[in-house]
Design a protein around this ligand. Structure first.
Ligand SMILES: [Fe+2]
Ligand SMILES: [Fe+2]
Length: 245
């Protein structure tokens, strides 16, 4: 069995310029810090920041995020969320050596980074231009797609109000013989499901999560979390949740 690629997904950090600003009654910096020892234990080969890295799209927030995740993995990539601003992120993450894709070759997998953020809107959308990277996928290698917004309902009305709109534009482009996983953030909870024969998995937030199945956000007392994947070049994979140690 060849060696797997370990991928860490951190999502929805919601850092602000002010390191003492609260997000849903929590301190984003402290909660992200509390996850880092468990993240380091994974010895990940790659890290994806799947959006809402900042609450206020400030360069200071992205600079602190870059400093906090330094050393977690030799490769880092990112996509924006609805609270981010792509240009400000790129201005900090580009010089830090973080990749914006749109397709990475990690461990024999094609990792596709799609930008679903729409300026000043909480919901997401993928137009033809933003779906374009999918046209470059090769059929002989497994693929995994990252997108910030959920492409299917997660049974939580408070966040299902703000999904990826017109998700069939995405699903119609994904061949389950090639694309094994669609990974997202945004929903502030660990979700796992399946659509069209493709696994659909969210990374919970590194600051504040909701209990599942709620009409309104209800803080999950088990704290911040992240998601990990192990990817084998054969297309086999496994995954799980990272909690503070
Ligand atoms: Fe978020
Ligand atoms: Fe979001």
């Amino acid at each position: 069995m060849p060696h797997p690629f370990t991928l860490l997904q951190l999502s929805d950090c919601h850092l602000s310029a002010d390191p003492f600003a609260e997000y849903r009654g929590q301190n984003p910096d402290a909660n992200l810090q509390s996850l880092l020892p468990a993240c380091r234990l994974l010895a990940a080969d790659g890290l994806v920041l799947s959006g809402d890295v900042a609450e206020d799209a400030s360069a200071q927030a992205y600079e602190r995020a870059a400093a906090m995740v330094e050393g977690l993995a030799p490769r880092t990539a990112w996509i924006p969320g609805n609270h981010d601003e792509r240009g400000v992120m790129a201005g900090v993450f580009g010089p830090a050596g973080f990749s914006e894709g749109p397709i990475l070759n990690w461990g024999g997998w094609q990792i596709v980074l799609l930008d679903s953020a729409v300026p000043d809107r909480p919901e997401g959308h993928l137009d033809e231009a933003r779906l374009g990277p999918l046209d470059a996928l090769k059929s002989e290698q497994p693929a995994m797609v990252f997108v910030h917004h959920q492409p299917l309902a997660v049974d939580s009305p408070w966040i299902d109000k703000y999904p990826l709109t017109e998700p069939d534009r995405l699903w119609g482009r994904l061949d389950p013989r090639v694309v094994k996983i669609v990974a997202f953030g945004h929903v502030h909870q660990a979700f796992s499901g399946d659509a069209n024969g493709i696994a659909c998995l969210s990374a919970p937030s590194s600051v504040a999560n909701s209990q599942p199945g709620m009409a309104r956000f209800a803080l999950d007392p088990t704290g911040p979390k992240a998601r990990w994947f192990r990817l084998w070049p054969t297309g086999c994979w496994s995954g799980g949740i990272v909690s503070p140690g």
